[in-house]
Design a protein around this ligand. Structure first.
Ligand SMILES: Nc1nc2c(ncn2[C@@H]2O[C@H](COP(=O)(O)OP(=O)(O)OP(=O)(O)O)[C@@H](O)[C@H]2O)c(=O)[nH]1
Ligand SMILES: [Mg+2]
Length: 353
């Protein structure tokens, strides 16, 4: 695939530009969408798409075999470089390999670890398995960022994420938590932007009724802005959104438009991810949502797996703060503010034994 980036005042317009140019291609994938400052310092929408290489080359009049030769050449030099590195045989290689393998099986990425242990190579740390393991675990510990629960300030919190991860359940838990489980009773209201799935509104509405919470359904950008205005006196406004798969560009753009429409109120956007997701999936999801300024990750289904290495690997590499852990289906009990100890404990289960 060949990538190209388009810039426009809004994501919709940027995607329209991509469609105009590549709409007739057999495949057009949206890879990334984000907000950037352009050369004039203006906030603009930037969208990166990918199209099939052969069609792209044909469209600009290049023979594919030439391009292929170039690629092979660059691969060759890469292999030569790897051979060189492999030649640097040392005492510590075996222990390094053993520790890398152990953590790799737990989900931590080899490339990340290699980068971290590079300064240790050739020192005594690299020759001692236990020391090396502790060193890497410390690096992981340091890389994990936890966001403290922010109470006491009026907030609008939006949950975004793929379908079925537990966005709505987490909102219900949070609504209860803020309403009556903390130091004081916070005024909580709910807004639902999920107008796609049948029953999405009702799922939360039953719960809102039991707790006596204000709950609104916003089916347009204007309504959303209006409701936020009307709910300005509330301590916490929780916004539920439709699940978006990484292939669903239209829904993503709609969610972004909702966010961009509100200028006078800051919205904290939280990416809801499942602890059971694989590294590549989390990465894809995160990149998909990168247009939106993600403030924190909320990790759900923490009860369903002990293998949280993929998640940890991603969080530490991106320094993405985790705010809450969802640890089961029970509302409201199964929600806790994130803690590094808790995440590491889950990760370490089984490593020592
Ligand atoms: N085991 C476990 N199940 C969970 C957790 N959080 C949510 N679930 C379950 O996951 C399922 C989907 O939850 P929802 O809250 O509807 O997910 P959603 O992200 O709102 O889904 P869409 O709106 O369809 O995108 C439900 O059966 C929840 O009970 C959790 O932490 N652990
Ligand atoms: Mg939902």
């Amino acid at each position: 695939m060949v990538e190209e980036t388009f810039e426009a005042p809004t994501p919709k317009k940027a995607f329209a530009l991509a469609k105009e140019k590549y709409g007739q291609f057999s495949d057009l994938q949206l890879l990334r969408a984000r907000q950037v400052l352009n050369r004039e310092g203006k906030l603009v929408a930037e969208i990166t798409v990918a199209v099939p290489q052969s069609e792209y080359l044909a469209s600009i009049g290049i023979d594919e075999s030439e391009a292929l030769m170039e690629e092979i050449q660059s691969l060759r030099s890469g292999i030569d470089r790897m051979k060189e590195l492999a030649g640097v045989e040392s005492e510590s290689r075996k222990s390094v390999e053993k520790v890398l393998k152990l953590l790799e099986e737990k989900g931590i990425r080899r490339s990340w670890m290699l980068q971290k242990i590079e300064p240790m190579l050739g020192t005594s740390v690299a020759e001692d398995e236990q020391l090396l393991l502790s060193y890497l675990l410390e690096e992981i510990d340091e890389g994990l960022v936890v966001q403290e629960e922010k109470m006491g300030e009026s907030r609008v919190m939006m949950m975004v994420g793929p379908t079925g991860v537990g966005k709505t359940t987490t909102i219900a838990k949070m609504a209860a938590r803020y309403s009556y489980m903390l130091d004081r009773d916070y005024r909580v209201a709910l807004i639902n932007l999920d107008t796609y799935r049948a029953g999405a509104y009702e799922q939360l509405d039953n719960f809102a009724r039991i707790l006596g919470l204000e709950h609104r359904r916003a089916d347009s950008v204007e309504r959303f802005a209006q409701y936020l205005d009307e709910l300005a006196d509330y301590d916490v406004v929780l916004v539920d959104t439709a699940g978006i798969s990484p292939f669903d560009t239209d829904r993503l753009i709609k969610t972004i438009e909702f966010l961009r429409s509100v200028r006078d109120r800051e919205i904290s956007t939280n990416l809801v991810v499942s602890a059971t997701a694989k590294y590549e999936d989390i990465k894809e999801i995160y990149e998909h949502f990168s247009f939106i300024n993600i403030e924190s990750a909320i990790v759900t289904k923490f009860d369903e797996t002990r293998r949280v290495g993929d998640l940890i690997a991603f969080l530490t590499e991106r320094h993405l703060p985790v705010s809450y852990l969802s640890t089961g289906q029970r509302v409201p009990e199964d929600l806790e503010p994130a803690s590094r100890e808790r995440i590491l404990e889950q990760f370490l289960g089984g490593i020592d034994g």
